[in-house]
Design a protein around this ligand. Structure first.
Ligand code: ADP
Length: 361
């Protein structure tokens, strides 16, 4: 089921008495979620991710704009008529019910002509449990399950009504690191197996990059960029996106373009043909630094972490925005890990130039 958001806006009254007015939680979103894909809504806390999800499922009404499912306008439809399954961060399972009862619950609540025969309900619950591999746990109560298993029950419960759209709101954030990795792979497998159009909300860029077909990067209710994870990483459209994606993070340097050369600290460090003269902020990905004895960018070496064949070099430069930045380099090229200075050449495709004036706005 393709989902389209058309100029979607949601404003809330601001509850802060000192600062009355409105909060624009979602500001004029227009984008399409292609059928059968998993899309990650990514951004810091408060950027409007949950509100977007609540608008798609119908728990919130938009202030303006429309939502289409498979070309059909669902903007005015209540949640129960939209065919969406929703999974929340805290699982929201009923503690006194068995796993089986929890999964059956949405079906048992169907009324009138939608009601299914008991045998069909049981079969659906068992199919959903098998899909998320909890069919052995059907007679346990949620308290007798691990966090990861509880989250799988919540997913089975969302799938039991055979939704056309699955919405997951920070579904992994209550799990420890190991379970988070495992469960995210399972969610990906389930999504691939069922081909349900899925919207996955997270503030964790690594999680979004690893799981999504497409990511939507958001900030302060504004859409920043949408695209395949690798495309967005390789072509960030603004400083916020450049900084938000990537581990270790991108290094940001104050510089200047003079006659087609990027200069940092007044020294030309890279040819940037076609770039306009003037002040710039240069973002350099950790893998964009090359250790070279005659490299033009001279930095202070703060430390080296060897990670197998590669090393993470921690260095500093007076024109770097942060106290230090990281370079991921070939370990064999680091002649002296105790040296005070280290020199880098730069890979042009890993360097991005941003206009400091536009970015300050
Ligand atoms: P996220 O999920 O990215 O953390 P939210 O969608 O929850 O962000 O919130 C976006 C903005 O809207 C925040 O500033 C938040 O305080 C505000 N907001 C969300 N829900 C409400 C509400 N029911 N009433 C007032 N403000 C809200």
């Amino acid at each position: 089921m393709k989902i389209e958001l058309q100029n979607l806006t949601k404003k809330f009254p601001n509850r802060n008495r000192k600062n009355p007015g409105e909060v624009i939680a979602v500001n004029d979103f227009t984008f399409e979620i292609p059928d059968g894909q998993l899309i990650g809504l990514l951004g810091p806390s408060g950027c409007g991710k949950s509100t977007t999800l609540n608008l798609i499922c119908g728990l919130e009404k938009p202030t303006a704009g429309k939502i289409f499912f498979g070309g059909r306008d669902v903007t005015a439809l209540p949640p129960e008529l939209r065919g969406v399954g929703m999974v929340f961060q805290n699982y929201a399972l009923y503690p006194h019910m068995t796993v089986r009862k929890n999964i059956l619950f949405p079906l048992e609540n169907l009324k009138g002509k939608d009601k299914l025969p008991q045998a069909e309900m049981n079969k659906r619950a068992e199919d959903a449990a098998r899909l998320v591999q909890i069919d052995e746990l059907m007679d346990r109560k949620p308290g007798e399950l691990s966090g990861g298993q509880q989250q799988r029950v919540a997913i089975a419960r969302a799938l039991v009504k055979l939704p056309q759209v699955l919405l997951l709101d920070e579904p992994l954030s209550n799990l420890d690191a190991r379970l988070r990795l495992q469960t995210r792979e399972e969610i990906r497998k389930i999504q691939r197996a069922t081909k349900i159009t899925t919207v996955f909300v997270t503030h964790d860029q690594e999680e979004a990059i690893s799981i999504s077909d497409l990511i939507v990067v958001m900030k302060d209710g504004l859409l920043q960029q949408i695209g395949k994870p690798q495309e967005v990483y390789d072509n960030p459209q603004n400083l916020f996106v450049a900084k938000f994606l990537g581990t270790p993070p991108i290094g940001i340097f104050r510089g200047e373009v003079r006659s087609g050369k990027l200069c940092i600290g007044g020294i030309p460090v890279l040819s940037v043909p076609g770039a306009a003269d003037g002040k710039v902020l240069a973002g350099i990905r950790p893998e964009g630094f090359l250790l070279r004895e005659d490299g033009p960018l001279c930095c202070s070496l703060a430390g080296v972490e060897v990670m197998g064949r590669e090393s993470s070099v921690v260095a500093s430069h007076p024109d770097c925005e942060a106290a230090s930045f990281r370079a991921i380099v070939d370990a064999t090229q680091l002649a002296d890990p105790d040296a005070e200075k280290v020199r880098f050449a730069l890979k042009p495709e890993k360097v991005y130039l941003f206009d400091p004036q536009t970015e300050a706005r």
